[in-house]
Unconditional design. Structure first.
Length: 302
């Protein structure tokens, strides 16, 4: 009998990659990004609670000038809605997510965005949790606070180690969150949404929580190259089809088909009551999230 031992070199490489992402996300979650995060999810509040010292990223319109003058340093008014949030990130780790031709894979792009949100939440004293979907199972890290918890969440987002739960697909993952979450939360779902959208499950979750669907994609999924006969495979079902990509009409038909599917998916997600963000592998997650936050504050995004 042959026993296969884990490759220490591979484990070391994974550890370095996790640490690199933790450091990068921590640095990018600057006062500006964190301020946009707070504005998007907290607003300016509805009921005065207390005053506290000004922190980078706070809305200057909330400064209490009377207290500031007495104390000699900036103080801001704190509102009830500014109390801690619970941010839950659901990351789809299905085989189709492990694809990318430009800057990164869809899965890596999703984990980068999730890490940015986690560190923005850390700076805002919010609670964060993670639900990973992949390998035919769910893995859940409950909401927590603090730097140690945030570092663990980022590590778990890249290399799941938590004991798996029952459940195989996106519908089961969403239903699991619906049962699990008691108080209101912000839920970010990172997926390429290749499998049919579980509309009822998503609508039920969005009725109780602030849900944002982050749709991952890669440019190669929307445009066929002029490369003759190409075989297109579905990593989820294992089926494949052969197309003649040298034919201009075939390429244009493929582009129109993928675009119509993208728009239909977006409309269905918004109809379910969730927010929507397209996130391509060629795009910086930092810039995409800031753009979404700003549009949301202006009322241009759900």
């Amino acid at each position: 009998m042959t026993v296969q031992l884990p490759d220490p070199g591979h484990a070391c490489s994974q550890g370095k990659e996790v640490r690199r992402l933790q450091i990068t996300a921590s640095r990018l979650a600057t006062a500006i990004f964190t301020g946009e995060y707070r504005s998007a999810f907290r607003g300016r509040g509805i009921e005065f609670d207390q005053v506290r010292e000004y922190q980078p990223g706070d809305d200057v319109r909330s400064i209490d000038w009377n207290v500031t003058a007495r104390q000699g340093c900036p103080f801001v008014k704190r509102f009830v809605e500014e109390r801690e949030l619970t941010l839950i990130m659901l990351i789809d780790r299905s085989p189709s997510m492990d694809f990318g031709t430009v800057r990164s894979t869809k899965l890596r792009t999703a984990t980068e965005a999730a890490a940015l949100l986690a560190f923005a939440a850390l700076r805002s004293n919010d609670r964060t949790g993670l639900l990973s979907l992949g390998d035919g199972s769910l893995r859940y890290l409950g909401p927590g606070k603090g730097k140690r918890h945030t570092l663990r969440l980022v590590r778990e987002a890249m290399t799941p180690e938590i004991a798996p739960l029952e459940g195989r697909g996106l519908m089961e993952a969403i239903d699991h969150l619906h049962r699990l979450l008691k108080g209101r939360a912000v839920v970010c779902i990172f997926s390429d949404f290749i499998e049919p959208l579980p509309f009822r499950s998503l609508a039920s979750l969005a009725a109780r929580h602030d849900v944002i669907a982050v749709a991952l994609s890669d440019p190669a999924e929307h445009e066929l190259p002029d490369a003759g006969l190409v075989m297109l495979g579905d990593p989820v079902t294992g089926t494949s089809v052969c197309l003649d990509s040298s034919d201009r009409a075939t390429r244009e038909g493929y582009r129109l088909l993928t675009e119509s599917r993208r728009l239909a998916r977006k409309q269905e997600i918004v109809r379910a009551g969730a927010g929507y963000l397209d996130l391509g592998t060629q795009v910086s997650p930092l810039h995409a999230l800031i753009g979404y936050f700003r549009d949301r504050c202006r009322g241009r995004r759900p």
